[in-house]
Design a protein around this ligand. Structure first.
Ligand code: ZN
Length: 461
């Protein structure tokens, strides 16, 4: 899309610029790898970087296809006014901002059943008006559903209103299946995971998946360190050149302290997909590393030690400082052995698991509805809320992991994995893995990262 092709009123240029960005090459820092592939096209096609990059928090993507050309010639091109819906906006205010002057339009929009999607003005969504050189409306478009998952597809829906040529208007709903794009991004952790993913332009939805996928390997609330690095391959959806949503993480590598964890999405029969490490071992761990879910709020690390308890050895547990009321989840399947008050521990739940393992969750504000002794729970079930009951100076979860009734450090033990692939599946898996392997394996000292050749930032080097 050429900016010259569409004359814009100068006052609108600034407002439009922000929305134009997706049309251009998304680029943060230097280009590392341009991965030009569309999932529907099948195999990966990769454009190698022309030169080695000097920085390594960035993201790249090929220019997007199917850009709608609004007009061929500048002389007849309409003005495109665009506005973002604000909280508390009214239809009248929107039309005013769009410089739409048609007197009957607002009445039409209110009365016409085919235009009823405009009754709901969702803050943050976009309304566009195309006007001719006399200021007459050419079309009005409301992107009310920029992207929703519909089975395996991602679909955008919008309302379009145009003059009917008889002095009135007509309204119609349109939809389009979004294009799937695959992106590679990487980053280094300075203060928090979200800080690093924001800098790399990675959507929150993908960041949370990263934490979820490795939740049996890394405790994202406690284990992250400055200098940890990651590289991720993921899907995004675009419609007419705009990002409309994020899909699934396809492959991930995460260097935490001096250990590298990897994951790849694999669906042997296209219906039951799961994440596996590069050796083909399931990442569906028997235990989660943490009973609290990783969120944007908990992203920042530092100050992990609880003022009362300090280190691990003094009190046989791990403390997680978290706002009062934060949900607590069972770290594995089991049966509730105890739910009540214990001296010092306050409101406490103990869950009994297989292999003589039990987990304990203390200082709770209260228990989740229906929680009682003898009840079965599944991994990830909500069991209670972070509080400060018992011997505690501030809201936190005290979590213990016991083997044969003896507390062990849950962060230090290698927890068992659930599933391995059959030889036939393994062959399929290797094909899938090969698509990502070269692009993801930056963290293993292949010399891509760093400020000069051969100067990698991997701690062990
Ligand atoms: Zn504690």
């Amino acid at each position: 899309m050429s900016e010259k092709g569409i004359p814009e009123a100068p006052s609108l240029r600034a407002a439009m610029h922000a929305h134009r960005k997706p049309f251009h090459f998304v680029r943060k820092g230097l280009m590392l790898v341009a991965l030009g592939l569309f999932a529907t096209a099948g195999a990966l096609a990769v454009v190698e970087p022309a030169e080695k990059p000097a920085v390594y928090t960035e993201q790249s993507v090929l220019p997007l296809p199917k850009i709608e050309v609004l007009s061929e010639t500048a002389s007849s091109a309409p003005f495109i006014n665009e506005t973002v819906i604000r909280r508390g906006d009214t239809l009248a205010a929107l039309l005013q901002r769009l410089h739409v002057q048609e007197s009957g339009l607002q009445t039409f929009l209110i009365q016409e059943p085919a235009a009823r999607s405009i009754y709901k003005l969702y803050p943050g969504r976009i309304v566009r008006a195309a006007l001719d050189h006399e200021g007459n409306l050419v079309s009005l478009r409301y992107d009310h559903t920029p992207g929703t998952r519909d089975g395996s597809q991602f679909v955008s829906r919008w309302l379009e209103v145009t003059p009917d040529g008889k002095g009135g208007f007509q309204a119609a709903e349109h939809e389009q299946v979004a294009d799937t794009q695959i992106r590679i991004a990487e980053g280094e952790i300075v203060n928090s995971l979200f800080g690093a993913t924001d800098a790399a332009g990675i959507p929150d939805h993908i960041t949370l998946q990263m934490a979820e996928i490795l939740s049996s390997k890394i405790d994202f609330l406690r284990d992250l360190r400055k200098g940890d690095r990651f590289r991720v391959v993921y899907e995004t959806y675009a419609s007419e050149g705009r990002d409309v949503g994020a899909g699934r993480v396809l492959a991930l590598e995460f260097l935490n302290k001096d250990k590298t964890y990897d994951a790849v999405w694999f669906a042997p029969d296209s219906s039951s997909g799961a994440y596996y490490d590069f050796e083909g071992r399931s990442l569906q761990g028997a235990f989660l590393r943490s009973a609290l879910k990783f969120t944007r709020i908990s992203s920042t690390f530092g100050g992990r030690r609880h003022p009362v308890h300090g280190g691990w050895r003094q009190h046989n547990g791990v403390d997680y400082a978290a706002p009062s009321g934060t949900p607590i989840h069972a770290t594995a399947d089991g049966v509730i052995k105890f739910a009540g008050w214990q001296n010092g521990y306050g409101n406490t739940i103990i869950i009994e698991h297989h292999n003589n393992i039990s987990t304990l969750y203390a200082h709770q504000k209260g228990f989740a509805k229906g929680i009682k002794k003898g009840m079965k729970v599944r991994q990830g079930d909500h069991i209670g809320y972070v509080g400060s009951t018992g011997w505690s100076t501030g809201p936190h979860l005290h979590y213990e992991f016991r083997v044969n009734n003896k507390a062990v450090d849950p962060l230090s033990i290698d927890l068992p994995v659930a599933r391995t692939l059959s030889p036939a599946e393994r062959k399929q898996f290797d094909t899938v893995l090969a698509q990502y392997r070269d692009h993801i394996q930056l963290l293993r000292g292949d010399g891509v990262a760093g400020n000069s050749e051969g100067d990698t930032l991997v701690a062990s080097n």
